[in-house]
Design a protein around this ligand. Structure first.
Ligand SMILES: Nc1ncnc2c1ncn2[C@@H]1O[C@H](COP(=O)(O)OP(=O)(O)O)[C@@H](O)[C@H]1O
Ligand SMILES: [Mg+2]
Length: 383
């Protein structure tokens, strides 16, 4: 990538996407505040931005769900366009989804008019987000924390998605094979070798991400968003913490899968591996595990982690500032915390996109942000 300036969206255009028929936003590089009543289409806008990153975006929606429903009928296609200033040049990005034919639809991406892949898009820009659905991350089960961690990890390692998909596929095949009375051991060996290889990469990416996150936590100001002590539970992740290498951890996992065959066949699923790992988070000011913190403390911790990840990404030499999408969080903060959030976001390079019901929620940003009123699938800049 050329140039070292900050990356931001200059333009976002939606057509036939969610409740937008056809809409374009012109952006000047400042943060973006979207305000308007419930159901106006604020989250839909940042969901559109999140489509420019690998995976399914911030609602984890399938392509057909995002097609505009009109008079009860979903559209046959939708499209998003953006102009990304990459610190040096304007790059034009386009995503077109067509939903005819197969049930899940098809998506085509272009950068500067040439066909692109999700991974070439992540060479241009990284995107992270905070949504109300993440509120349960500490109180909920390991699955939710893993999903949260893997989301953060994906912003650091775009290939994480490919390893996760391949891992899940190999695991499903292994589980099916173990159901048979006499599974072919050569076939099992092969599947477990694949599981172990992808599993080792998954655990390695997570371990590096947690290290980077923790380093960024230490660099953040002591603000309204408390610092956290992070840890990883999982044999493979722990092996990396202990200094082992990817080939060594691949070996470790291979042995675990082989030794676990009888147990896993009885259980009907694979009981060891990085699909069972967990992220541990401790609220540093009180040394209390996040799961036991108050809802307000958990929310503040979560915002702190997202801010830390934005900083962590900015600190990586080969990466630059991510886009940061923050859905609805501002309304739950008192005025001091709100001011602290705006100050921290402004100390980062990334363009932040924030939503809220009232314009006044964002007063503390003053002229550091652009304001847009959203209503009924229409967006108007509030100059
Ligand atoms: N595929 C779709 N087609 C048309 N409208 C949709 C679609 N998906 C969601 N919506 C509408 O979008 C609105 C919700 O938008 P959202 O961005 O979540 O609102 P908010 O401003 O509260 O964040 C709702 O009115 C919902 O009915
Ligand atoms: Mg919303």
């Amino acid at each position: 990538m050329s140039g070292q300036g900050r990356i931001y969206l200059k333009r976002l255009a939606l057509s036939g996407f969610r409740n937008y028929q056809s809409q374009a936003l012109a952006l000047d590089g400042r943060h973006v505040c979207l305000f308007g009543p419930n159901g106006a289409g604020k989250t839909n806008l940042i969901e559109a931005v999140s489509q420019f990153s690998p995976g399914r975006g911030l609602r984890s929606a399938g392509l057909p769900d995002m097609a505009q429903v009109q008079e009860g009928q979903p559209g046959a296609s939708w499209a998003l366009g953006a102009t990304l200033f990459d610190g040096d040049l304007d790059r034009s990005i386009r995503i077109e989804a067509s939903l005819e034919g197969s049930g899940r639809g098809k998506r085509v991406m272009q950068v500067d008019g040439a066909t692109a892949t999700a991974s070439s898009l992540s060479d241009l820009v990284r995107i992270i987000w905070l949504t109300p659905a993440m509120d349960r991350v500490f109180a909920g089960g390991a699955t939710e924390r893993r999903r949260f961690l893997d989301r953060q990890t994906l912003a650091h390692f775009p290939t994480h998605a490919r390893h996760s998909t391949a891992y899940e596929k190999a695991m499903r095949e292994r589980n099916l094979l173990l159901e048979r009375d006499r599974a072919d051991p050569v076939w099992l060996d092969g599947l477990e070798a694949r599981l172990a290889e992808h599993g080792a990469h998954i655990a390695y990416h997570r371990k590096v991400t947690v290290d980077r996150l923790q380093a960024a936590v230490e660099l953040r100001p002591d603000s309204a968003f408390p610092k956290a002590d992070l840890g990883l539970e999982g044999d493979a992740e722990q092996a990396f913490v202990g200094g082992q290498t990817v080939p060594e951890v691949t070996e470790l996992l291979t042995t675990q899968y082989r030794d676990g065959r009888r147990r896993d066949a009885a259980a009907g699923r694979t009981l060891s591996g990085p699909h069972r790992s967990d992220l541990t988070v401790v609220h540093r000011p009180t040394a209390v595990p996040a799961a036991l913190c108050s809802t307000g403390q958990q929310k503040a911790l979560l915002i702190g982690l997202i801010l830390s990840n934005a900083r962590a990404l900015e600190m990586e030499e080969e990466l630059r500032n991510p886009l940061v999408l923050i859905d609805e969080a501002v309304a739950h903060l008192d005025p001091d915390r709100r001011a602290a959030l705006f100050d921290e976001l402004s100390s980062l390079q990334g363009q932040a996109w924030l939503t809220g019901t009232e314009e006044s929620l964002f007063n503390g940003f003053q002229d550091r942000a652009q304001f847009f009123r959203v209503e009924g699938g229409h967006v108007v800049e509030n100059a």
